[in-house]
Ligand binder design. Structure first.
Ligand code: ATP
Ligand code: MG
Length: 387
């Protein structure tokens, strides 16, 4: 049997809701290992134990569990009765053939009725391992950490703690609509909101047939990558070209990008209400481009009633790029595309749009009809992990 003990940050789990959070985390863990031979998922005191058939590939299990939000860390473990003699002999047996110069025992006693305290367990097992291996104890920089967990009746040990993705289980914080563009920023913004427990619904605006379909293909690929963290996703592909054509008909060039953005927010909001989502997410970062000055952000934001979450607002481009590499979206975002905001816009858009000017320009448009057109003409695609 292959068993994995998953540890979560208890402090992040609000008191009254704890059983709900843990159950959500357990369900997400089960989804993450879908298709692998899972035999049991069980909640133990402050831990979740996943058991697999012997043939389950460890690498694959680890890679998938690493993506589950709400996990502090996890270990492949062996299970045995909670008796010191048994624990000691099983650990010594498992160390056969292992080379290490230093080690530490990291014991945790969840069962307060167990006769030894955690420091006692550390000392006793430490002495036994030292006698057998000749390695020294190093509490700071041990080459090998032996994690021991004592629960009522059952005990576990494992050799490494693999860091988890942190955050909160997806779904714990509710649903939000993420505006995803195919660039570097919005996938990172999406990731960060998922990490805070949001379930995302994706919306992408494209200008086909005026521009090619590359941005749509990129978004599909990005949503596919991000779905590895939330297991089910929905992507709305909104044809925006016709709407843009109508916007530009009566609007001076410098204001166009601001009007596009306001229209995107309105359509995204209509989709959010349909999906019972509570906020919108964008990849905006302060002053990164012309549409992201404080003045423009304020004017753009006025078009939406729902809160706009901007998880990257205080991040530098380089920090965002570094995170894109870490989460695996960099390569896809780096491929060239035709972004809808390039359509009919000047090289130097307004950096200080005034709400009065914007509203005057919009007065010539039938906003409600354009929003309706966007929502009704959207194509909806579903994504699943594993596929
Ligand atoms: P990104 O790297 O995410 O494309 P950006 O640096 O290009 O962002 P902008 O083009 O100003 O910045 O876009 C700001 C945000 O507006 C994006 O992060 C995204 O959330 C949203 N957005 C822009 N274009 C689109 C689009 N075509 N479809 C959906 N959302 C978009
Ligand atoms: Mg962009």
């Amino acid at each position: 049997m292959t068993a994995v003990l998953v540890r979560y940050h208890e402090i992040a789990l609000k008191k009254g809701n704890r059983p709900y959070f843990i159950d959500l985390l357990k369900r997400n863990l089960v989804s993450a290992v879908g298709g692998l031979p899972l035999t049991e998922a069980k909640t133990l005191q402050g831990r979740i134990l996943l058991s697999f058939g012997e043939e389950a590939p460890r690498e694959d299990i680890a890679r998938r569990l690493e993506r589950v939000f709400g996990v502090a860390n996890f270990s492949f473990v062996e299970r045995m009765p909670a008796a010191m003699g048994e624990i000691e002999s099983r650990i010594l047996q498992a160390l056969d053939g292992k080379q290490f110069a230093s080690f530490r025992i990291d014991a945790r006693r969840a069962d307060k009725d167990f006769p030894l305290t955690s420091p006692d367990i550390n000392r006793k097992l430490g002495a036994a391992v030292k006698a057998k291996s000749g390695a020294r104890v190093d509490l700071e920089n041990a080459e090998l950490t032996i994690a021991v967990e004592i629960l009522p009746r059952t005990a576990f040990f494992g050799f490494d703690k693999i860091p988890g993705a942190g955050g909160l289980p997806v779904g714990a914080s509710g649903r939000v609509v993420s505006l995803i563009s195919g660039g570097f920023d919005s996938p990172v913004a999406s990731y960060r909101m998922m990490q805070r427990g949001c379930r995302l619904i994706f919306v992408h605006f494209h200008s086909a047939p005026y521009l090619d379909k590359t941005s749509q293909e990129k978004c599909r690929e990005l949503v596919k990558l991000l779905t590895r963290h939330q297991f089910i996703s929905r992507l709305y592909l909104v044809p925006f070209g016709e709407i843009q054509r109508q916007i530009v008909a009566g609007v001076l060039r410098p204001l166009r990008v601001v009007l596009y953005r306001r229209m995107m927010l309105r359509i995204a909001e209509a989709i959010a209400r349909k999906e019972k989502a509570q906020a919108l997410v964008t990849g905006e970062s302060l002053a990164q481009v012309a549409s992201q000055t404080l003045e423009n952000m304020a004017v753009i934001q006025q078009a939406a009633g729902l809160p706009i979450l901007r998880p990257l607002v205080g991040m530098d481009k380089q920090e965002i790029i570094d995170q894109a590499r870490k989460i695996g979206t960099f390569e896809t975002s780096a491929t060239p595309d035709q972004d809808c905001c390039q359509l009919f816009v000047p090289k130097h858009p307004a950096t200080k749009a005034r709400l009065a000017d914007v509203e005057k320009a919009e007065a010539k448009l039938d906003i409600a009809a354009l929003v309706h057109l966007g929502v009704e003409s959207a194509e909806v695609e579903e994504f699943k992990f594993p596929e």
